[in-house]
Design a protein around this ligand. Structure first.
Ligand code: ATP
Ligand code: ZN
Length: 484
């Protein structure tokens, strides 16, 4: 309950929705989220609605129209601000700037900068509610620099979040009563920058709304300097709710975080306007997505933990498809770029786009055998741990020697049925993400792109049509060296 005589501000928040726009099991979708938001707003009009990024990319709802659909829905829901996540850059930063311009609320990031040092977005905004001034500072994970196609972030940099946050806190602290950081940063232990580190090293943050690591913090957590850290999982499974209570001098006297999930919201009706908007967008997209484009006799395995840790039949099929469309000697595509499976039966265009949602292009490079070997070494360096760079290949076979150190694990490499020649030149088909050094395929960046062959999804559709009813089994082109 509210402390006697205090002001009460409710901060509602979402993160990592990844355009899971429609209700589906635990995933509530935007209309349901909006229904819960309506309820909170009617109970307490002194509220804010914030999104912490990774909103405009993920499912065909967004990717079919480069995120425009999500912009419309978020405008309808009346968000107050959002921070761009790494996936906001998937259509290139120029397109993100365009989307941001269509939002009726600010896109905030203090640490996204152009090479001249200027910020791409406003670093913060100040909202006044019930006489309380709330500064909201946006942040974007520096991991974006290598987690998206390098060309999407060409000419921009991700500055140190600790430094930028400190600078912005210093700039606004005398002007505001409450400091909120809206940071698509995350809490993965493997990450250089985490929300915990920022809370530890920057004093003066009242609330840190976190994202990126998809962390579910049911009651938030108290980090360094007493900062309350809140994070609402992923895929619209939760609405985050932070309650702030302030005294008459606008000093925070208490704060708490909680999450609302689909079970708790079972009796709450979806917001009718948002539901109608989502449905009209779906209706427009339906004929395109439901078009039957191929048939598969078998399940095509694109499960994250499989395509990032070994050959699968879908990995083979996609690699074969891009080699076929380009006429290259060999093909390599990153397992992390394969985002879902296709069940046996009729295959729709929507399913293919879900597998390959990045709009990547097929490109060829004239590379040396030595660099193909180097590329494979890079791709299997984490093996058997799953990693996005795991190579799905065509036109070549090799073995992984797990007893050898990373960088020296690829053996028995055959190209076109013959031992590879380090000095020879081969035509390699790949996608434009790895071609420009994505997933640390830096050995490719020195090669000019020799040819372009349309998008990955078109290549896959055409190849499946060529095959007829695809009955694809993984054929052992990538194996492990037997122990002993
Ligand atoms: P989140 O940000 O939601 O936590 P994430 O996408 O950053 O997730 P992963 O799901 O591990 O994290 O995905 C990163 C991997 O996705 C990269 O290592 C790469 O393999 C793949 N990837 C990202 N962008 C592209 C792209 N444009 N083309 C191909 N693959 C990509
Ligand atoms: Zn995410």
């Amino acid at each position: 309950a509210a402390p006697e005589g205090s002001k009460h501000i409710t901060i509602l928040h979402t993160n990592d929705v990844h355009s899971h726009a429609v209700e589906n099991g635990e995933e509530m979708g935007y209309a349901k989220l909006a229904g819960i938001i309506d309820k909170y707003r009617s109970e307490n009009p002194d509220s804010l609605l914030l999104d912490d990024g990774d909103a405009v990319h993920g499912t065909t709802f967004a990717t079919l129209v480069n995120g425009e659909s999500v912009v419309k829905v978020m405008n309808e829901m009346g968000y107050d601000a959002m921070a761009p996540g790494n996936h906001e850059f998937n259509y290139g930063w120029q397109h993100l700037v365009k989307l941001a311009g269509e939002l009726k609320f600010p896109m905030l990031s203090a640490n996204v900068k152009q090479t001249d040092g200027s910020r791409l977005f406003e670093p913060y905004t100040i909202k006044e509610i019930d006489g309380v001034k709330i500064g909201i500072i946006g942040l974007t994970t520096p991991e974006t620099a290598y987690k998206t196609n390098p060309k999407n972030v060409e000419g921009i940099e991700f500055a140190d979040p600790v430094k930028e946050t400190q600078a912005m806190v210093n700039e606004i602290k005398d002007k505001v009563d409450v400091v909120v950081v809206l940071g698509h940063i995350g809490q993965d232990e493997a990450s250089t920058d985490t929300s915990l580190k920022i809370a530890q090293q920057v004093s003066g943050i009242d609330v840190f709304i976190d994202g990126h690591s998809h962390t579910v913090l049911q009651d938030g957590l108290v980090g360094g300097n007493g900062t309350l850290i809140a994070s609402a999982g992923e895929y619209s499974k939760f609405l985050g709710v932070v309650d702030l209570y302030l005294d008459e001098k606008n000093e925070v006297i208490s704060k708490k975080a909680t999450l609302v999930d689909s079970k708790e919201a079972a009796d709450i009706k979806p917001d009718a306007d948002v539901a109608a908007l989502v449905k009209s967008i779906q209706d427009e997209q339906k004929p395109i997505l439901e078009e039957k484009v191929a048939t598969s006799a078998v399940n095509l395995n694109g499960e994250r933990e499989n395509v990032r840790a070994g050959e699968t039949n879908l990995g083979d099929l996609i690699a074969d498809a891009i080699r076929d469309v380009s006429g290259a000697d060999v093909a390599l595509t990153n397992g992390g770029g394969i985002r879902t499976s296709i069940p046996a039966g009729d295959v729709t265009k929507g399913q293919v786009i879900s597998v390959l949602p990045f709009g990547n292009q097929v490109v060829t490079l004239e590379v040396t055998g030595a660099d193909i070997k180097a590329a494979l070494e890079n791709g299997v360096s984490a093996y058997p741990e799953p990693s996005g760079g795991f190579p799905q290949v065509s036109g070549m076979t090799f073995k992984i020697d797990t007893s050898a150190a990373a960088g020296n694990r690829v053996t028995s490499l055959m190209i076109g049925g013959k031992p590879y020649d380090p000095a020879a030149k081969y035509t390699l088909a790949t996608n434009d993400f790895t071609a420009v050094g994505g997933d640390q395929y830096t050995m490719f960046t020195k090669y000019p792109q020799a040819g372009m062959f349309g998008s990955m999804d078109e290549a896959l559709i055409n190849y499946m049509q060529e095959l007829g009813a695809a009955n694809v089994q993984a054929d052992g082109r990538i194996t492990e060296v037997a122990a002993g």
